[in-house]
Design a protein around this ligand. Structure first.
Ligand code: SF4
Length: 357
């Protein structure tokens, strides 16, 4: 036994305690169905949506997707644009593209049923180690080692792991494996996730309410919130752009973005390239061309790898101008104001203040 491992008897005792806590305190989430085995499609959909997103933000999207596409076969048959539009606002759009690809692979290669093992799930589009383990455990009861950021936090605290993340990930997986068992294999990761949300919180863990406290080295250290140890973060680079919002009374111009690259295949708003230095009026005007514009504001949006500062220019169009502009750009379309929600957040921010109330 390595020095960091815990005694198997202690692990089993604490594990049972956490599962009892879960039975009494587990969250009532839309994808947790009472009675019967969980539907793998629902488990998968919720897990994909919850990556990088909070439960309150993801829940309405989950409900909407299930209503529109109740089965994986329905989702596989959906038009790409429809799925991308409904995904707008959830961010990380490559997940939506993989969602469609995965649904189609499940139908084409597995007869419309998700394969029941972690190893086979891992071969499906968009399935990384976390999603494969989570779906295998929750939907199929496989004793898979499910480790996400929340479970990492609990494990680094339980074992007071001093190595900084992300370098400590391998070690975290090793210690998390100690707790994996066939008994209630699907409830175990969900119990950990609920504990991470309600008790082992990032900033102020409520250790006195925690069923794992007796075996927690982080609690014993007196400074559990010190874990996981993180390396100091470098500041995000900043980019600058100008959004061109061509408007009429009933809507505005949206562009279909190229398939490859950031927000590929999504609707967007025409804009200058995003670069390291701010755009001067003259430079942006040269990109816009021969239109009258008014600068109406600016906004910020933070992506994973950079922060964007974007000016908003409004270009009012007459009907004749609109028709000419649309003829000149194949990838541009007129979007009624009420469909603005199909835009990813970074572009919705550019039009939000212009929409009729
Ligand atoms: Fe987290 Fe505190 Fe529980 Fe340890 S005792 S797992 S630090 S809440």
């Amino acid at each position: 036994m390595s020095s960091i491992e815990k005694d198997a008897g202690l692990v089993s005792y604490l594990r049972a305690g956490l599962l009892r806590w879960y039975d009494a305190n587990g969250r009532d989430l839309p994808w947790r169905e009472a009675g019967g085995p969980p539907d793998p499609y629902r488990v998968w959909l919720s897990e994909v949506m919850l990556q990088q997103t909070t439960v309150p933000h993801a829940a309405p999207y989950y409900e909407k997707f299930l209503k529109l596409w109740p089965t994986v076969g329905d989702l596989a048959a959906a038009a790409d644009e429809a799925v991308m539009a409904e995904w707008a606002g959830l961010g990380y759009y490559s997940r939506a593209r993989n969602l469609i690809k995965c649904a189609r692979a499940v139908v084409a290669e597995h007869g419309g049923r998700f394969p029941a093992s972690e190893a086979t799930l891992l071969r499906l589009p968009g399935f990384g180690p976390y999603t494969a383990a989570a779906v295998a455990a929750i939907a199929f009861g496989e004793a898979a080692n499910v480790v996400d950021g929340n479970i990492e936090r609990i494990m680094t605290r339980l074992y007071a792991i001093e190595d900084p993340m992300p370098g400590a990930k391998v070690r975290v997986r090793e210690v998390a494996q100690q707790w994996v068992a066939a008994d209630r294999a699907g409830d175990w990761p969900q119990a950990l996730m609920d504990l991470a949300t309600a008790v082992c919180r990032p900033k102020s863990p409520l250790c006195l309410l925690c069923p794992l406290r007796e075996g927690c080295a982080g609690f014993a250290s007196g400074e559990p919130e010190r874990f996981p140890v993180k390396l100091a973060k470098a500041a995000k680079p900043r980019r600058h752009g100008v959004a061109f919002v061509f408007i009429g009374n009933d809507g505005f111009i949206a562009e279909r973005r190229a398939d490859k690259g950031l927000l590929g295949g999504m609707l967007g708003i025409p804009h200058t390239p995003w670069r390291d230095t701010p755009w001067t009026e003259g430079e942006a005007k040269a990109v816009l061309g021969d239109f009258s514009h008014e600068k109406v504001g600016a906004y910020e949006h933070v992506f994973t790898h950079f922060a964007l500062s974007q000016d908003i220019w409004v270009i009012p169009l007459s009907l004749a101008q609109r028709q000419a502009v649309l003829r000149a750009h194949n990838d541009w379309q007129w979007l009624p104001w009420e469909e603005a929600r199909a835009l990813p957040t970074v572009f919705l921010k550019a039009v939000k203040g212009l929409m009729p109330s």
